[in-house]
Design a protein around this ligand. Structure first.
Ligand code: GAP
Length: 544
């Protein structure tokens, strides 16, 4: 558990982790993380005093700061670092025909199946994905057992390609995967049900295989706008922010005098009536997206797709959680608008999960809006002296999933040398909600006044907290638990020499620094470009 909690987890090879004990440890970590989020003001269930509202959450006083910092990290990396990307903020309500044109009214569906005994509803594709994961688990367990038995001399690749049981599980997994991908691609609901029957998948609640047919269920929330004598207009809460960019693309291109290739970025709320809403803020009904649509010349889209895949992975890795925490997952089934798609997955406490999607959306959306609106939205290319409908590469990341990945990678329980333990959030300093806590050693002798002086000189530059209650040890623990990277203690000596003790959250080491130097020291250590210098150059180089 400690290995997981303290980050060494990421350095271990994957197969060694996936045994039952570790899985339980990970579930345990996840539960602890959820309660930590509530206890320290990061995330609360929505409508808490009314017992919550399914898959809807509120961000508390710490959560909103972390969330804002994540959004700033993304926004700056897109809009500040790229001369050819600009931002917009479009409305959530849009003309309903937009969702007809985009295909969401007809095709934004989940295949659902009910268990007749428990009356519980499931996504058929998720039941089958869970079954695939079970085969993976079986294989990984065999590998882990063998690794333990053979120790240092273990050759994993050879074992995987020769061991009878592994090969048997792998063959079943591959056959299921092929059949599943085909059923999804064909939109064959009967075949999805048949797979569930053939694989003998049972309802986790009733334990029975008494399944209904598979039906499609549209994920968009709708409401009504206006009330005229002819009746109100049915409108939708946007299920993605992307369409707000597409319908504004020509407004931005013309008013901003943008030349292809160029991008439009947007951060905003999206809504989906998710049926399988679980795992805390991983799958929500109201969530936030950070999306960027990059408009390119037809025929160049797959090159740009490759570039954006690289850029986006670098952005994630620059946070310093370790390369082994990320992987790409290329899609078998492409959405109706895409000619290539991949996910960037992060190793959450419940396995590798999608955090960001990168899609080559062709010219589908723009062409559809052209068709449905009857207006030309072609781009005139002055270099080619011709008009065309640009192709689009989309990068789309969920703020809440990013938040969850950062919290789970940062949450850490440590045993200290003095026998005590602490919970510390090792958040990247640039993202931490509070950058600096200022504490008088005691509540008398002019130390609180001096500490106030220090905080007053810094609070315009960083989010600071003043804390004078309880022992210094307890105050450090409170700041560790919310991930504050630095604490400053004002003591009697400070009144003499204008120096304070600066304590580092991760190493717990202390140094004596002059108050006049504090601003520079903290600014240097918590600034976003300190961590992402490499990222800056790669962004600029790749996006031109
Ligand atoms: N415009 C493309 C699009 O919306 P998507 O893969 O459906 O693509 C993009 O969503 C990202 O939005 C996902 O990678 C995920 O991070 C986030 N996301 C999607 N559904 C979500 C949900 N129900 N709750 C939280 N985040 C979600």
């Amino acid at each position: 558990i400690n290995a997981y909690l303290c980050g060494t987890f990421y350095e271990k090879s994957k197969f060694k982790l996936i045994d039952i004990e570790k899985k339980m440890a990970q579930e345990d970590v996840f539960k602890k993380l959820v309660s930590h989020c509530k206890e320290y003001g990061f995330v609360f269930p929505s409508s808490d005093i009314y017992d919550g509202l399914g898959a809807v959450y509120d961000y508390g006083q710490m959560g909103v700061e972390l969330k804002n910092n994540i959004k700033k990290y993304w926004w700056d990396s897109m809009v500040l670092l790229h001369e050819n990307i600009v931002g917009i903020d479009s409305a959530i309500f849009m003309h309903p025909t937009i969702w007809k044109a985009s295909g969401h009214v007809d095709a934004f569906n989940d295949p659902l199946i009910d268990n007749k005994d428990s009356k519980k509803r499931y996504r058929a594709d998720v039941l089958i994905e869970d079954q695939l994961a079970k085969y993976d688990d079986k294989i990984n367990k065999e590998v882990a057992k063998a690794a333990k038995r053979f120790g240092e001399s273990f050759d994993e690749a050879q074992f995987r390609s020769t061991n009878g049981r592994v090969l048997e599980h792998q063959a079943k997994r591959d056959a299921l995967h092929t059949r599943f991908a085909k059923a999804l691609n064909d939109g064959n609901l009967d075949e999805l049900r048949q797979i569930i029957i053939d694989e003998e998948i049972v309802c986790p609640i009733s334990g029975t295989k008494n399944w209904t047919e598979v039906r499609q269920f549209n994920l968009m929330f709708s409401t009504e706008m206006g009330s005229t004598s002819e009746g109100a207009m049915k409108i939708y809460l946007r299920p993605e922010t992307a369409q707000g960019i597409f319908v504004n693309y020509l407004n931005v291109q013309k008013t901003g005098r943008m030349k292809v290739p160029f991008g439009i970025a947007q951060i905003g709320k999206a809504f989906r009536n998710e049926i399988v809403a679980r795992q805390f803020i991983f799958r929500m009904r109201e969530f936030e997206q950070m999306e960027m649509q990059f408009f390119v010349k037809p025929g160049t889209e797959l090159d740009w797709f490759k570039k954006w895949k690289e850029i986006r992975l670098k952005w994630h890795k620059a946070l310093g959680f370790g390369d082994a925490s990320y992987r790409y997952h290329d899609h078998d089934k492409l959405a109706h608008y895409a000619n290539a798609a991949t996910d960037i997955e992060f190793l959450m406490p419940f396995g590798f999960k999608e955090v960001e999607g990168i899609h080559s959306r062709t010219n589908f959306d723009l062409s559809q809006h052209e068709k449905f609106s009857g207006k030309s939205i072609k781009y005139f290319d002055p270099e080619l002296n011709e008009s065309y409908t640009p192709y689009v590469i989309e990068t789309s990341i969920g703020v809440d999933r990013m938040f969850l990945s950062i919290m789970s990678a940062s949450y850490c329980e440590e045993q200290l040398e003095n026998g005590e333990s602490r919970v510390v959030l090792k958040l990247p300093a640039a993202l931490a909600p509070v950058k600096l806590a200022v504490m008088p050693l005691v509540k008398k002798d002019g130390l609180p006044e001096k500490a106030r002086e220090v905080i007053d000189s810094l609070k315009f530059h960083f989010h600071c907290q003043y804390d004078e209650k309880d022992s210094i040890g307890k105050r450090y623990r409170r700041q560790d638990a919310i991930g504050t990277p630095y604490c400053v203690t004002v003591d009697h000596q400070t009144l003499e020499d204008n120096c304070v003790t600066l304590r580092n959250r991760d190493t717990m080491q202390q140094e004596r620094v002059a108050i006049s130097e504090l601003n520079n020291i903290i600014a240097d250590r918590v600034s976003i470009d300190r961590k992402s210098t490499r990222l800056n150059s790669s962004h600029v180089a790749l996006s031109r």
